[in-house]
Design a protein around this ligand. Structure first.
Ligand SMILES: NC(=O)C1=CN([C@@H]2O[C@H](COP(=O)(O)OP(=O)(O)OC[C@H]3O[C@@H](n4cnc5c(N)ncnc54)[C@H](O)[C@@H]3O)[C@@H](O)[C@H]2O)C=CC1
Ligand SMILES: O=C(O)[C@@H]1CCC=N1
Length: 255
């Protein structure tokens, strides 16, 4: 198995990738090195260091999983080894300059990697080679579903749409819960009701064969209570609010 090093490997995302990779048999813990500021969350059998040069020497593929501002303060030389970046808003050009490699893959998972449910797009430079591309596909299949995309701009946009996206349904859920509480429903029941609803509705959208647009149209045409709610939400600027949020996230994710 390929020797893998994860810089930032005990952080939120880095540790999720390590755990899922080991659990799904893509990573051999004996061939895994993690670096970070402190040795928490090190899987059994894996190696930890606070020295990135040691990690690089022990790795055939180096995953970059530090925050963008932390990356901009790092001095590393991959000496031509492939880099797999999960950083939002750090371009391949910037990575190449800072790490001395042209073999770069950029992937954009989300916080659901930990539970094996991330949709992860990835993009590779022309210099990236088949083994690291295949390993990227396997690593992010271990974290959910992986999909190669044709151009780097799609990775930057994915940081907003799906990379940040796990918190957007949470915002919608909280808005519904707050409304139910204001109508007198006990908080725990409101949370149960709304989370059950959103889980069931998501599963239905995945498996039911109807697109989101078809579901909205069917209920609008029915002209009952749901239509009253949908029409009022749209009139109050629901779509515009969602688009403004995605645009702001996309702007923040621009290299
Ligand atoms: N958390 C998420 O849901 C997602 C995160 N990302 C990207 O993943 C990257 C990592 O994010 P998180 O895991 O959330 O951050 P985090 O703050 O949880 O983890 C960062 C890790 O890097 C370590 N670190 C900092 N400076 C270092 C250095 N010089 N050398 C070695 N290790 C160092 C820290 O000790 C920490 O363990 C970010 O660039 C972010 O944009 C992308 C998609 C989703
Ligand atoms: O919120 C963030 O900055 C990170 C990167 C993309 C998703 N989460």
């Amino acid at each position: 198995m390929t020797r893998i090093g994860i810089i930032g490997g005990t952080g939120w995302l880095g540790s999720a990738i390590a755990r899922r990779g080991i659990a799904e048999g893509v990573i051999d813990p004996a061939r895994l090195w993690l670096s970070s500021r402190s040795p928490t969350e090190v899987p059994q059998g894996a190696h930890w260091t606070d020295d990135n040069a040691t990690l690089i020497a022990e790795s055939d593929l180096v995953v970059l999983s530090v925050r963008p501002a932390q990356f901009r303060q790092m001095q590393i030389d991959l000496q031509g080894r492939p880099a797999l970046s999960v950083m939002a808003g750090v371009s391949a050009t910037e990575i190449a300059r800072a790490t001395v490699t042209a073999r770069i893959i950029r992937a954009l998972p989300n916080a659901m990697a930990d539970s094996g449910m991330s949709w992860t797009p990835y993009w590779a430079t022309d210099q990236a080679e088949a083994p690291e591309i295949a390993l990227t596909q396997s690593l992010f299949t271990a974290c959910g579903t992986a999909e190669r995309v044709e151009d780097e701009a799609q990775i930057d946009y994915a940081a907003a749409l799906t990379g940040s996206g796990t918190a957007f349904p949470a915002l919608f859920a909280q808005a519904m819960i707050d409304h139910a509480i204001a109508q007198g429903m006990p908080e725990d029941r409101a949370a149960r009701a709304v989370l059950h609803l959103l889980t069931a509705a998501s599963q239905q959208l995945q498996q039911g064969g109807e697109s989101p647009a078809q579901v909205v149209k069917a209920f609008t045409d029915y002209a009952g209570t749901t239509a009253a709610g949908l029409n009022a939400m749209k009139a109050a600027g629901f779509t515009e609010a969602v688009h403004a949020g995605l645009s702001a996230a996309a702007e923040a994710a621009k290299p």
